[in-house]
Design a protein around this ligand. Structure first.
Ligand code: 5RP
Length: 234
């Protein structure tokens, strides 16, 4: 069994092969893309590349700042060249579940204004059908019970408030997260995404459809880059 951390590192660094000097970059959140961000810091300090980053979370902002990566807030950009981010699951159509780290709202904002998006992941994240990983949904704190009930009534799906009712996890946007137990049933992620977004109190849904252009995937035997045949890098 290969060292998963080592392979994540390799995937994170390999994805930097898509980074060019002059680019504006969306910087994702998580333990895999962390290696990408560290490598971008190295490319700036040692190779002299000139890039600017938009962080998708406070933890990524702190990491990038510590590495000397020039940053701009998302409020000041309307287009990025490339986003590199992790994922909790990806399916054969390159649809994603994201939000395991709670940063889904900013991650989706950044991905949506990027010319392309590359996911860094290990092969445990590759699934035939999305949903084994509980789907994260960011909700308004004062609406989480209503949203949970609405999901239960409309689809019979149970959801859990991340962190629990007494000490809920709070996102960088001051939202709460509901983790929804769909199981591996999400065959039409864009339809489900639209249904969930229409529920009052839902801020964002951790389904990313039509955004991922390639996955740089760490496996026991090395790193594989899978390019979406209908994506923007093809
Ligand atoms: C954060 C995310 C992460 O990208 C996702 O959870 C994957 O993280 P990791 O690389 O640590 O497994 O969506 O909101």
């Amino acid at each position: 069994m290969a060292d998963v951390e080592g392979l994540k590192r390799e995937a994170g660094i390999t994805a930097c092969g898509f980074v060019r000097s002059g680019m504006s970059l969306g910087l994702g959140t998580g333990s895999t893309v962390r290696y990408t961000i560290i490598e971008i810091g190295r490319m700036i300090s040692e190779d002299g590349i000139d890039v600017v980053g938009v962080p998708t979370s406070e933890s990524t902002r702190e990491l990038a700042e510590s590495l000397g990566i020039p940053l701009i807030p998302i409020s000041e950009v309307n287009r990025l060249d490339l986003t590199i981010d992790g994922a909790d699951e990806f399916d054969p159509e390159f649809s994603l579940i994201k939000g395991g780290g709670g940063a889904l709202t900013r991650e989706k904002e950044v991905a949506m204004i990027s010319d392309s998006m590359i996911v860094v992941a290990d092969d445990r994240k590759k699934v035939p059908v999305l949903g084994e990983f509980d789907l994260p949904i960011e909700v308004s704190p004062n609406k989480w019970k209503e949203v949970s009930e609405a999901i239960s009534q409309s689809s019979g799906i149970e959801s859990t408030l991340r962190g629990g009712e007494h000490s809920p996890y709070v996102t960088d946007n001051d939202g709460f997260i509901l983790d929804c137990k769909f199981g591996p049933t999400i065959t039409e992620p864009s339809i489900l995404e639209a249904q969930l977004l229409s529920i009052d109190g839902v801020v964002q849904v951790g389904l990313f459809v039509g955004l991922c252009d390639a996955v740089v995937m760490a496996t026991d035997s090395g790193v594989e880059t899978i390019v979406n045949p209908v994506g923007r890098l093809h």
